[in-house]
Design a binder for this molecule. Structure first.
Ligand code: ARG
Length: 580
């Protein structure tokens, strides 16, 4: 909707130039916004105020000229000048009605494909091997997945990059401990508790010198490509990722084995990268280590920031990997954009790695590297989210609890559903609630994880939205064959408000892709449901005196709303149900 008005205004600017009413060199950034108050029309622009000064005109006068030169169109019923020089647009209700019919009929609810389609790499989830997924991993996983789905829906070529922590010196001790466990355990190894496994490995390493010696030897062997160490390493990766896959599947996150591009992938490239950085004069020796000095970033003492890329003992670092990784994503994967969904605490690390990659010419200016940071998940007390005894909350246990709580909620709400269906509803509500609680907050801030606020049918929650969808489906079931969706006629204010809200979906989805912020879509869906509830109250369907034409029109509005809701939720990775 905004885009169409924008187009009209672009044409207007051209004709004003052609008529020598404004200077030809002006290239204004035309902005169109939704109005807050319908008395001021549906959309508004500040174009006249923007152009007034450079055009040497009074803003209201220029607004008048713009209105006079607006090309004829079916979508604008009228345009008016307001205040110091705003232009308000009132949309034509016949045009609006046609758009709603199109949304109801189109599988993509009239969301336009991105043009041009880009190759976009999304780095998200990225858990560590032999560790349980931590709380920041659920944030990255869920937010990254929603943005990935949105990008794909818009027709971009999407590459999911699960940058798992599968390399580093800790693998020496992990291999040595895996070996020990295997020797002592007769049956097939089962590592259900990775957290305990890691802890034990570390304990042995710290307390047993013979074990530690063996572990250090294994690091060297693993790096040298030793077959036995390689196989043991692979086993650790596979066990971890099989456990994580259960979580991905449970959460309906679209990641799988083929998306794994862990740190180990870049390991063979590190030596060449470091040599190249040296040859380019970027990396220099300092106390036996190799360092890149970044004048642009000042350290605590005001000196240029020193980023170590190779240690004295020859080892490479997390930063070195991310330099090689950025290079790979641009040169090999041909990315136009790379989005990193990582904890805000890693911001400086990324800035440094990227600055070096750019200086070395690995990442041209037109490719954007974006850190989509997020805050922490906090408990109800405002402190980092922990178990009662202060340990990390296992994601699988969190999901178990969600199912339990959703079970209680559904038992109350949908007592008469058949058992098999009930189980499906519980699962969808539980996972939806947990994901949505994370997705609906502006991701840049910390957020409080509170069961009572997420597992409820009231307020901005997944169950509320899922229920809104189900309710529309039940309207259709009740109507049965008696009435069919028909041509839309917009008469009541509540119909107009709903229709206009529906038309914003396209802009919202594009905005989510642009900004990497799924909460924009959550807010939109919540508002849409609110508009629907008001509409349904004001414009009933199954009531005496409602004409067949009105019924048909209202059912089409229902259909367009249901489609938008289910589509919107699916972009967030949340299921909808026919009954609940
Ligand atoms: N494995 C890291 C962690 O657990 C996240 C990796 C993010 N991606 C990256 N390219 N550095 O914090």
């Amino acid at each position: 909707m905004k885009a169409q008005i924008q187009q009209l205004l672009e044409q207007t600017v051209s004709s004003l130039k052609a008529a020598a009413l404004i200077p030809v060199e002006l290239e204004p950034r035309i902005q169109v916004d939704n109005t807050k108050d319908k008395a001021h029309g549906d959309l508004a622009t500040n174009l006249a105020m923007l152009l007034a000064k450079p055009a040497g005109k009074n803003p209201r006068e220029l607004a008048q000229l713009i209105i006079e030169h607006l090309p004829a169109s079916t979508l604008v019923a009228r345009a008016e000048i307001a205040g110091p020089g705003f232009i308000n647009f009132f949309l034509d209700s016949a045009w609006l009605a046609k758009q709603i019919e199109a949304i109801a009929a189109s599988p993509k609810a009239e969301v336009k494909a991105a043009a041009p389609a880009q190759t976009i790499v999304l780095d998200y989830s990225a858990p560590n091997v032999a560790k349980e997924m931590a709380v920041h991993h659920i944030r990255s996983t869920v937010i990254g997945d929603a943005v990935t789905r949105t990008m794909e829906f818009l027709g971009h070529h999407v590459i999911r990059a699960n940058h798992i922590g599968d390399w580093g010196t800790q693998f020496g001790m992990l291999i040595a401990y895996l070996e020990k466990v295997q020797n002592e355990q007769a049956s097939e190894l089962e590592l259900s508790d990775l957290e305990a496994f890691y802890r034990e490995a570390k304990k042995h390493y710290d307390e047993d010198e013979v074990f530690a010696e063996r572990a250090r030897g294994y690091v060297v062997k693993l790096q040298g490509g030793d077959e036995y160490c390689r196989a043991m390493w692979k086993k650790l990766v596979d066990i971890t990722m099989a456990q994580n896959q259960i979580i991905y599947d449970r959460l309906n996150v679209s990641l799988s084995e083929k998306d794994v591009m862990g740190e180990s992938l870049y390991n063979p490239m590190l030596r060449t990268v470091v040599e190249d950085l040296q040859a380019k004069g970027l990396a220099v020796e300092s106390e036996g280590a190799l360092v890149v000095y970044l004048d642009e970033i000042k350290g605590k003492d005001g000196e240029a920031m020193a980023v170590i890329i190779q240690k004295r003992d020859g080892g490479f670092l997390y930063a070195t990997t991310d330099i090689a990784c950025a290079k790979y994503r641009v040169e090999t994967l041909k990315a136009d954009r790379v989005l990193y969904f990582i904890d805000s605490r890693q911001h400086q690390h990324l800035q440094q790695a990227w600055m070096i990659a750019r200086k070395a010419g690995y990442v041209p200016e037109q490719v954007s590297l974006e850190h989509h940071a997020f805050g922490m998940m906090l408990g109800k007390d405002g402190k980092p989210f922990k178990t009662r005894t202060g340990g990390t909350v296992k994601l699988s246990e969190l999901l178990d609890e969600a199912e339990l709580r959703a079970g209680a909620l559904i038992a109350e709400k949908s007592a008469d559903l058949p058992e098999a269906e009930k189980a499906k509803v519980i699962h969808a509500v539980a996972m939806g609630a947990v994901k949505y609680a994370d997705l609906s907050k502006n991701r840049t801030t910390d957020y409080i994880f509170d069961w009572d606020n997420m597992l409820t049918f009231e307020g901005n929650t997944a169950p509320y939205l899922q229920y809104a969808y189900t309710r529309i489906q039940s309207i259709f079931r009740r109507v049965g064959d008696e009435a069919q969706p028909g041509p839309v006629q917009i008469t009541a204010p509540a119909e107009e408000t709903l229709a206009q809200k529906l038309l914003q979906f396209n802009d919202v989805v594009h905005n989510v892709a642009q900004k990497g912020m799924p909460h924009l879509l959550c807010t939109y869906l919540y508002e849409l449901s609110g508009c629907f509830m008001s509409f349904y109250e004001a414009c009933p369907i199954n009531k005496e005196g409602v004409t067949a034409a009105e019924k048909g029109s209202r059912l089409t509005l229902c259909q367009a709303t249901a489609k938008t809701l289910t589509l919107g939720l699916s972009l967030l990775g949340i299921e909808t149900l026919e009954r609940m």
